[in-house]
Write a protein that binds this ligand. Structure first.
Ligand SMILES: Cc1cc2nc3c(=O)[nH]c(=O)nc-3n(C[C@H](O)[C@H](O)[C@H](O)COP(=O)(O)O)c2cc1C
Length: 244
């Protein structure tokens, strides 16, 4: 059975508690490794590495394992990490594996192959009932708060379910007939110091871009990433999508 990644947008949620009687099987772990080895980068020029470690080898006490992301620190590496790890976050529910982004915990191993630790996902086996269904969607901003213009609103309705640090939902989109411009807002209440907000919210934008691409594909649109949009008040330009 193939994973319908679009459906997983509606099933996924942050799973922080796991039933200790349930365990990821060796076969499932093998499937997880296979998926991890096929992650598509946002920017293929940035070197990355991913390691699965038992949760005890991290400062996070959730789940059976953590999937830690390491990267060269250059260019859009945070966007790239969000984009890549979200591919795993959306894949896990297919196996009834519950995952949670862990922005505050760290693995023991801070470097691998000269690459620095960036962020990780904790994960562990969960029961089907621990996931979401279309009938109980997550708490998110209304589409009008994040989506300007009348175009591609069906895409907007699904992509707005993307996860973000402290559910901050920093994404803002300007929609045009054949283009979407993607921005990060600067007007969020600063729950963390500015550098930490930048760190989290840039990863969030990578997550959003990946889910946006899944949604565009699902709706049958051809697209390519275009130029970074120009400056706009209160918004940090991230990228744009030209849509056919
Ligand atoms: C970059 C990032 C970092 C996060 N860090 C943590 C964390 O340290 N601890 C935690 O419990 N949840 C963390 N989360 C999970 C968010 O709180 C969660 O995704 C958000 O509240 C939306 O809820 P949902 O994932 O259930 O849809 C993080 C999420 C993201 C995207």
């Amino acid at each position: 059975m193939d994973c319908n990644i679009y459906e997983m947008i509606f099933k996924r949620k942050s799973v922080r508690r796991h039933d200790r009687n349930l365990k990821i099987s060796d076969d499932e772990l093998e499937i997880i490794y296979q998926k991890m080895n096929t992650l598509v980068p946002y920017d293929g020029d940035i070197k990355t590495a991913f390691l699965i470690v038992p949760s005890e080898k991290t400062s996070c006490n959730r789940g059976e394992y953590c999937l830690a992301g390491y990267s060269e620190k250059k260019g859009d590496y945070l966007l790239n990490m969000g984009y890549m790890l979200e591919q795993m976050d959306l894949f896990f529910p297919f196996l009834n594996v519950g995952a949670c982004w862990q922005g505050l915990s760290k693995p023991e191993l801070k470097k691998t192959d000269g690459l620095d630790y960036v962020i990780m996902l904790s994960f562990g086996k969960s029961a089907e009932r621990n996931f979401r269904s279309r009938e109980n969607p997550p708490r998110r901003k209304s589409l009008n708060d994040i989506w300007e213009g009348e175009y591609y609103k069906n895409v907007g309705k699904a992509v707005k379910l993307s996860p973000s640090a402290i559910n901050s939902q920093p994404w803002r989109v300007k929609s045009f007939e054949s283009k979407l411009e993607i921005y990060r807002t600067t007007s969020l209440f600063p729950l963390y110091p500015r550098p930490k907000m930048h760190f989290f919210n840039t990863i969030d934008m990578g997550i959003f871009c990946y889910i946006l691409e899944v949604c565009l594909e699902h709706e049958g649109f051809g697209f390519e990433r275009g130029e970074t949009p120009g400056q706009s008040k209160g918004l940090i330009p991230v990228t744009s999508y030209n849509i056919k």
